[in-house]
Design a protein around this ligand. Structure first.
Ligand code: HEC
Ligand code: HEC
Ligand code: HEC
Ligand code: HEC
Ligand code: HEC
Length: 227
């Protein structure tokens, strides 16, 4: 009996783990966006793919990984990793995926708490989860439902992690607020429209998609723009 229950438990665990869509799973249909994303700092945001980040993290605290809430947010054991109760696991794609496709696309709203901002999750473990975006009349996908959400248009979706935009010297490299104290148009500058298909079959015959390279200080071109 004990054996059976632990077997069931394991089964439930592994089912759960395979439910959460990896970034790689999006490549089946969103090739262009996937190719850009894996070259971006969002994909490389965790200690597994950013050496600078790993070194700074270890200098700050060897055991705790409080940075995970922004740098490795999709992990299931977020609290335990942040408090140091559990250590990061290189076998877990939910961790090595960093700021993953699905993590970003299931943020339903941003909550302003006193200390910091919090990303609200829409994901409840469904087999066919909902992804949010800003497309007009998205085509049906058998992998997910699509829903439009204001925060993917007014850039609020960036603020859960980026509300305190500073470089290493504490200098504000680009404004996060406009003159009316609203979030500035992060998406307009950092996700320019690019020629190509959104998904492989291109049922929508759309000619453009928004870039997912998220260029910043690692790009000569972007730094020149700022100058
Ligand atoms: C509130 C969200 C948040 C938390 C918590 C956080 N970071 Fe970051 N971090 C960011 C964002 C967003 C950037 C992107 C660049 C920027 O804003 O300067 C970044 C950039 C960095 C960079 C620059 C990476 C590079 O390659 O240039 C380092 C290093 C870094 N963070 C280390 C840490 C460490 C170490 C911790 C934990 C002790 C931590 N961060 C906690 C959001 C966060
Ligand atoms: C089996 C194919 C398929 C897979 C796999 C897939 N998608 Fe999609 N996705 C689509 C189609 C089709 C559309 C609609 C495209 C259109 O209307 O031009 C779409 C649209 C979207 C949109 C826009 C929704 C909106 O309302 O604006 C987002 C965001 C998205 N997908 C994210 C993802 C993410 C994240 C993954 C991986 C976890 C993923 N997709 C995997 C087929 C797929
Ligand atoms: C879940 C948290 C999270 C969200 C949401 C998020 N980012 Fe980031 N972003 C990060 C982290 C963490 C980094 C830094 C990664 C590193 O350098 O280690 C980063 C890096 C960046 C960079 C710098 C890339 C570089 O090469 O230096 C840009 C630009 C950026 N994000 C733009 C955006 C925009 C625009 C949005 C909204 C559409 C957004 N981000 C949403 C966490 C987030
Ligand atoms: C008017 C265009 C514009 C807007 C609006 C804008 N940015 Fe930027 N951003 C830039 C440029 C250009 C750079 C490159 C400058 C540099 O790195 O010195 C940059 C750099 C960055 C970086 C990289 C800095 C680093 O230290 O690695 C991040 C992260 C970033 N922006 C996030 C955001 C977020 C989040 C928003 C919205 C709240 C936003 N940006 C709004 C143009 C813009
Ligand atoms: C940092 C957050 C973030 C990450 C990570 C991210 N996206 Fe997006 N994505 C957005 C935002 C914001 C939009 C809507 C921008 C707009 O419409 O102006 C978007 C739009 C889309 C769209 C609709 C295309 C269009 O032209 O509007 C698809 C499809 C999509 N993303 C798929 C993906 C896939 C697949 C990945 C990973 C390979 C991914 N996204 C990673 C934030 C993100």
């Amino acid at each position: 009996m004990k054996f059976l229950t632990s077997l069931l438990f394991l089964l439930v665990l592994s089912l759960n783990a395979s439910n959460y869509p990896s970034s790689k799973s999006c490549n089946e249909c969103h090739e262009n966006i996937y190719r850009e994303h894996i070259s971006s700092m969002h994909h490389k945001s965790s200690i597994f793919k950013d050496e600078v980040h790993r070194k700074v993290k270890n200098a700050v605290n060897k055991d705790k990984y409080s940075c995970a809430i922004c740098h490795m947010p999709a992990t299931k054991n977020l609290r335990a990793v942040m408090s140091g109760e559990e250590q990061p696991n290189p076998q877990s794609y939910r961790q090595t995926d960093g700021v993953s496709c699905f993590y970003c696309h299931q943020i339903s709203k941003i909550y302003d708490s006193k200390a910091h901002k919090i990303n609200f999750s829409n994901y409840k473990g469904e087999k066919k989860p909902t992804v949010f975006g800003n497309l007009k009349k998205p085509y049906e996908s058998n992998e997910h439902n699509s829903k439009s959400n204001e925060i993917y248009k007014n850039s609020q979706v960036c603020m859960g992690c980026h509300s305190h935009k500073q470089n290493k010297l504490g200098f504000e490299v680009c404004n996060t607020k406009n003159q009316h104290d609203k979030t500035s148009d992060c998406i307009g500058c950092h996700m320019p429209s690019t020629t190509g298909t959104i998904e492989k079959e291109d049922k929508g015959m759309r000619e453009n998609y928004v870039s997912h390279k998220f260029l910043g200080i690692h790009s000569q071109q972007m730094v020149k723009k700022a100058v």
